[in-house]
Design a protein around this ligand. Structure first.
Ligand code: 5GP
Ligand code: ZN
Length: 117
């Protein structure tokens, strides 16, 4: 549950402004930026400023920030005119997680199928 900033973490670098990103919203605890490889017309990643490997580690270390991610995603969805959208935490490589800094995917602007595959 460490909140240290690994030198190797891509999203820590985006949070710090060391790597550019299309930031659409931010507050004291979280930053929202558009995914570089969007899977829907709106595809935004909402990340805590602190480094946690996945959503469960964030829930243990900064439980209130989990709610901040959800609320900020809602604000971004509203800003993009979305009534309906999907929120996803991929957790672990087998579930598709490739960046090990907690990120909430906000997807919307097209029809969504279930199960996601
Ligand atoms: P995961 O697969 O870990 O759930 O999601 C990682 C997401 O980060 C992917 O959707 C991928 O497209 C996105 N991504 C990877 N590198 C970058 C980057 O440098 N900038 C941005 N904006 N998104 C990135
Ligand atoms: Zn990080």
């Amino acid at each position: 549950v460490s909140a240290a900033t690994p030198d190797s973490c891509l999203f820590c670098k985006i949070v710090a402004g060391d790597i550019p990103a299309d930031v659409v919203a931010q507050n004291d605890d979280a930053v929202a930026f558009r995914d570089v490889d969007p899977q829907a017309p709106t595809h935004v990643l909402v990340v805590p400023r602190s480094h946690y490997a996945d959503a469960s580690a964030l829930a243990d270390g900064e439980p209130g920030t989990v709610a901040v991610l959800v609320s900020l995603a809602r604000d971004v969805a509203q800003g993009d005119g979305l009534d309906d959208y999907r929120l996803v935490f991929n957790t672990g490589p087998g579930a598709g997680q490739t960046v090990f800094h907690t990120h909430l995917h906000l997807l919307g602007g097209r029809a969504m199928t279930w199960p996601p595959g």
